[in-house]
Design a protein around this ligand. Sequence first.
Ligand code: ZN
Length: 310
Amino acid sequence: MSEVGPRDGLQSISPILPLEAKKAWIAAEAAAGVREIEVGSFVPAKVLPQLADTAEVVAFARTIPGLTVAVLVPNARGAAAAIEAGAHKLTLPLSVSETHSLRNLRRTHDQVLAEAREIAAMVAAVPQDSRPHFEGSLSTAFGCTLEGAIPDAQIARLAEGLMAAGCDEVGISDTTGYADPASVKRLIKLVRGVVGEEAVTGIHLHNTRGLGLANALAALDSGLTTIDSSLAGLGGCPFAPGASGNIVTEDLVFMLEAMGLRTGIDLEKLNAVRDILAKELPGEPLYGFTPDAGLPLGFRPAHEQKLEVA
Ligand code: ZN
């Protein structure tokens, strides 16, 4: 799994989490066993003041052994800053809805693909041993609030376009929370069909309509290995009061461990990380069923489970 709270969660709330608190959050979550964290986004500070210190956050996160430090980059300029800061993974969103792309990034599909080519060239210029991984992410892939469903052919063409531009992989993102388990399986199959199985490993899901974990399970069944989630579902969902924004990390980890799938994450340590958010972001709702209910009596994480012999 990939923790995206410090980026997707924090960009969705108005209070600005101080740099020291971001560091404490990332360090504590890494200590709980989380191996990949999207720590910020290289967007102009006037657009997202919550993430203005991303370069400093990256510099800190890089000092944590074994942690993959991921960031979002909206364009080549952001990517240059991300590379300079030493991020391990860059994700460029490409909204498959052109209307959404124009509204959000003020760029057409062709313009975003041109940025992708420019970023790929910058990435390729980094010496191989420190070269970041470059992902293009198909956002609004399950439908757009402005355009509705996007034709398969358009999604396929853009996935191919990202790989042709030089991305290492293509991610799938349910920006609007429109996905259901059947559409998750269908879209993974579609995108893998055009760019190859090994070029699609991750998915970004929102819990807008309560289907986040069901969709995560569908993605796992389809063979994806990286599922984005957010600690305490931070940020909520602006369209659905009471619903977490991303999938709640604690609930996702509980589901995986209960199923016997090893995450390497200690659930009790993970739950304790919430205290940092509760203290530093007073009044911000913290979501998650598992933290509230506690672990079941006799719960055994995956590494303590023995396979039943049939
Ligand atoms: Zn998101």
